[in-house]
Design a protein around this ligand. Structure first.
Ligand SMILES: C[S@@+](CC[C@H](N)C(=O)[O-])C[C@H]1O[C@@H](n2cnc3c(N)ncnc32)[C@H](O)[C@@H]1O
Length: 327
């Protein structure tokens, strides 16, 4: 009997990170209160995110998909394809295009890192069913824990970070994450990362807000509150909040807030925390930084990388970049 080619390794305290009270308490005590971004991706949230990628104005997934379809063979030639890790792999639907090109060339080990165990298991099953030369070792946990696991192995690896997810971080988080990626890679290893490039505000505000009658973002974002309710015995009333995304051109970041429609008093019993929420107050549930092309390349290069190749769509909306760790 063939051994399963999918294995899930718990790299972050067997899922205890979901109950990391100190991280959630600290961000809820900020002004305005913030919910850590990964909190949106419980099993339900991970499914709800997939509906966002199908919205007509959500160009990110479509443009990246097209870039990968066009250039996967060339990327596969450049990255070697032996071991490919991915930060925040989700459904891995787009990564599948690259893995298909890789597994044609040689046996490939894919190491997706994600907080969603369900997504790791489902994507691992689907990918190995399609690609006989692929083995999947899913690293279940937060980015830092997955990178630490890779560092301990000290083997050649390409780290991929697709979906412009590097932008879903504050500048401090981004600095820390890029440093960890640098420390994880050995000279000659690759870092394949995609980012969404700067554009007029209106493009982002259309992209990150729901079109009429398709509440995909609303469902995904209100699930943050439902998740807090379940996990920390809280009593947010999601029906008294609505989501809105604004582009802040000073920080070139899309900020997504849930706004209260009523005055409320919210108790999070297991966090020993009470929030007084006035009508019009908001909670920050996500952010998406938009990158300035030359600055992004300079910032990553300054951390000990050389840009090997880049693939950008014809109207410069979105780019995929391959950096190689220098000596
Ligand atoms: C926006 S989705 C993108 C998924 C996929 N890369 C794509 O491009 O469609 C972000 C993914 O990253 C995962 N994620 C978010 N924050 C994370 C963290 N701190 N550590 C590990 N996974 C995280 C989520 O579970 C989700 O699957």
């Amino acid at each position: 009997m063939e051994l399963s080619r999918v294995e899930i390794v718990a790299v972050d305290d067997e899922g205890a990170f979901w109950d990391d009270r100190s991280a959630v308490s600290a961000s809820l005590r900020e002004t305005p209160p913030r919910v850590p971004a990964y909190f949106g991706y419980d099993a339900l949230g991970s499914d709800l995110f997939e509906s966002i990628t199908e919205l007509p104005n959500y160009y990110l997934t479509r443009v990246e998909h097209t870039l990968l379809q066009r250039h996967a063979e060339e990327i596969a030639d450049l990255i070697g394809c032996e071991r490919i890790a991915e930060l925040g792999s989700g459904s891995a639907k787009k990564t599948r295009i690259l893995l298909t090109a890789c597994a044609k060339r040689r046996p490939t080990t894919y190491l997706p890192i994600d907080v969603s165990r369900e997504m790791l298991a489902a994507s691992g099953r689907n990918l190995t069913a399609e690609l006989p030369a692929l083995r999947v070792q899913g690293l279940w946990g937060r980015y830092q824990a997955g990178l630490a696991w890779l560092r301990d192995r000290n083997e050649p690896v390409v780290v991929t970070f697709l979906g412009s997810s590097l932008g879903n971080t504050t500048s401090e988080e981004r600095d820390a994450l890029l440093s960890e990626i640098t420390d994880t890679l050995r000279p000659g290893d690759g870092f394949l990362v995609s980012v969404d490039l700067q554009k007029p505000a209106q493009v982002f505000e259309t992209c990150y807000n729901d079109p009429p009658d398709q509440p995909a973002f609303a469902r995904f974002r209100l699930n943050y509150l439902a998740h807090l309710n379940r996990r920390f015995a809280a009593d947010f009333a999601p029906e008294y909040f609505y989501p809105r995304a604004h582009y802040d051109s000073t920080t070139t970041t899309v900020q997504v807030h849930l706004y209260a429609t009523e005055d409320q008093f919210v108790a999070l019993r297991e966090l020993d925390l009470e929030l007084v929420v006035r009508r019009g107050d908001s909670l920050n549930v996500s952010l998406s930084h938009k990158f300035h092309h030359p600055q992004f390349v300079a910032d990553v290069s300054a951390r000990g990388f050389n840009l090997r190749a880049q693939w950008i769509d014809p109207v410069w909306q979105y780019g995929i970049f391959l950096f190689v760790r220098s000596n």
